[in-house]
Design a protein around this ligand. Structure first.
Ligand code: NI
Length: 169
């Protein structure tokens, strides 16, 4: 089931999401819905707070569904290794219509649980490293806008506020 994606301004995006205590049928159903919602958007990643659920779960797929092996599902993820720097244009399904260059690690290794509750490690470089870090940020209540310099961030936030005032957000 495709779930509605919450946007900048929603309080759930600003909270630290909570650990998943157990991979229940409900959590698996959340994961399946998140994958479907990400592909429908379409996007390269989606974190549970973006569908209004404050749990530490995210999905990512740099191929956006073109390659089934590229789908990453991580529950209670933690960074194991981080190195390098890349700076590329990036956006977010919760901040539609805006993009900016964001500094991210060029390589990231993340450990967590998969959909079956098994411990897995995912190594990402390039776009996957960027997506993993972006989604991890969501679980800590942080958005890509928070990583921009003051003026660039202010410009986007001002435009969003204008859209909010005119009911277009
Ligand atoms: Ni995002």
């Amino acid at each position: 089931m495709i779930r509605p994606i919450v946007r900048y301004g929603d309080e759930v995006l600003r909270r630290r999401a909570e650990d998943v205590a157990e991979l229940t049928a409900e959590v698996r159903s959340l994961i399946d819905d998140m994958v479907e919602t990400m592909y429908a958007a379409p996007g390269v990643g989606l974190a549970a707070p973006q569908v209004g659920v404050p749990l530490r779960v995210f999905v990512a797929d740099p191929s956006v569904g073109r390659n089934v092996d590229d789908l990453v599902v991580l529950v209670n993820p933690a960074v194991v290794e981080k190195e390098g720097v890349q700076s590329e244009e990036e956006g977010c399904l919760s901040v539609p219509g805006f993009a900016a260059k964001v500094r991210r690690p060029s390589r990231l290794v993340v450990r967590g649980l998969d959909r079956d509750g098994e411990t897995i490690e995912v190594e990402g470089t390039g776009l996957l490293a960027r997506a993993l870090q972006h989604e991890l940020d969501h679980l800590d209540g942080s958005l890509f806008l928070d990583r921009l310099r003051g003026l660039r961030r202010e410009l986007i936030v001002r435009k969003i506020h204008k859209l909010q005032r005119t009911g277009k957000w």
